[in-house]
Design a binder for this molecule. Structure first.
Ligand code: GLA
Length: 365
């Protein structure tokens, strides 16, 4: 796959460390030109709080990520970094002291964020070609007056500091993260040509969410914040509209000087209400061990159209969130049904979707 698409973009998958030694390793070597650590580069893995003492950071733990990086290097595969700041995986130690002194803690919060980003960016250095500096910082609701996500401990800490008299805006943590990442990059002698600083988010294919994202990007750029591109997660469904995906790429191109990276692509095969994973009614029954042929063909047609749409000079990489249907977040028990979102089946056999992408001449039934 990486060979067929080499002229267009890097082809990637997000993986856990054990894929570098399990059966999956040969598939990765054969087909991938890019890898992402599924969880190993998140802050709650690299520097969690000490167990039982949430306000204190444990020692830096690069080992799981280093396993993936070493595998990538040995096999001439590039890597993305994911992610320096995500509200879901930010340990409590970053915010120590804020509950009692919301303004006084802010300089310390900033120093902790600075030092964490510095340590991590410098550790991986030029072994990565991109960092998701921030993940999911944009508000979902297109009608919201502010384009910034508010349900984040980062937003909350900066807001509390502001309310206690500090001269800061609640969204300034985003600017801080980019500036610290840029400073660390420069300290390595690297530039945006080597290591892209990315803002990553989901639902960028939905116009209202994307409008918020673009407001955030413009805000940052107006302040001179170094930002090199947008990561489009693209956790989409089998009824997705390719024109919407193309619009997401084009709108970012039109801002000028930014790259597009597809960072977490997968195609949920159930096109029914979101609530169907839990308590919904009118839902498609669990497909169980195999999805119906007609569904697999439909998924293949969507994947073919998507990869054709990704062939734009602005698109630097296309990464799926997982490698095979045997290891995907969509098969977490909370989703309630077996899903088949990726290009390889749970035994690593290429699916119709794979062949549809690599050979445009194959007719899909
Ligand atoms: C988000 C995150 C990923 C991953 C997925 C699926 O998209 O960016 O790191 O956790 O959710 O769980």
């Amino acid at each position: 796959m990486k060979t067929v698409l080499a002229a267009n973009f890097l082809v990637g998958a997000a993986i856990p460390p054990n894929f570098t030694t399990s059966r999956e390793s040969s598939v990765l070597i054969k087909h991938m030109s890019s890898l992402t650590a599924e969880n190993a580069m998140k802050a709650d893995t690299i520097q969690p709080s000490i167990t039982g003492t949430p306000t204190e950071p444990a020692a830096l733990n690069f080992a799981p990520a280093d396993t993936i990086v070493a595998f990538a290097q040995a096999n001439n595969i590039k890597m993305r970094g994911h992610t320096l700041l995500w509200h879901v995986t930010s340990p409590q130690w970053f915010f120590k002291g804020c509950d009692t002194d919301p303004a006084g803690c802010l300089p310390n919060v900033r120093i902790r964020l600075h030092d964490y980003i510095h340590n991590v960016v410098v550790h991986f250095g030029n072994k990565l070609y991109a960092w998701d500096v921030v993940n999911e910082v944009v508000a979902q609701n297109p009608a919201s007056t502010s384009p910034y996500r508010t349900d984040s401990p980062w937003y909350q800490a900066y807001l509390d500091a502001k309310n206690a008299g500090a001269n800061v805006e609640p969204w300034d943590y985003i600017e801080d993260a980019f500036r610290y990442a840029d400073e660390a990059r420069a300290s390595l002698g690297l530039t945006s040509a080597d290591l892209k600083l990315i803002i990553n988010d989901y639902n960028t294919e939905i116009a209202g969410k994307r409008a918020n994202l673009i407001r955030v990007i413009n805000d940052l750029r107006n302040k001179g914040v170094p930002l090199d591109g947008v990561g489009h997660q693209l956790h989409i469904r089998i009824d997705a509209n390719v024109a919407d995906v193309t619009a997401a790429l084009v709108d970012i191109e039109n801002l000028g000087g930014l790259v597009n990276q597809v960072t977490e692509l997968d195609v949920n095969v159930y096109d029914d209400p979101q609530s169907c994973g839990t308590s919904g009614t009118g839902c498609i029954a669990n497909y169980g061990t195999f999805m119906p042929n007609a569904v697999e063909y439909r998924q293949a047609r969507l994947y073919r159209a998507l990869y054709a749409a990704f062939k734009r000079p602005s698109v630097q990489s296309v990464t799926t969130w997982g490698l095979n249907d045997g290891h995907t977040w969509y098969n977490d028990p909370s989703f309630g049904r077996t899903n088949f979102p990726l290009l390889f089946d749970s035994a690593d056999n290429p699916k119709w979707a794979f062949w549809a992408v690599v050979d445009p001449n194959i007719a899909i039934p």
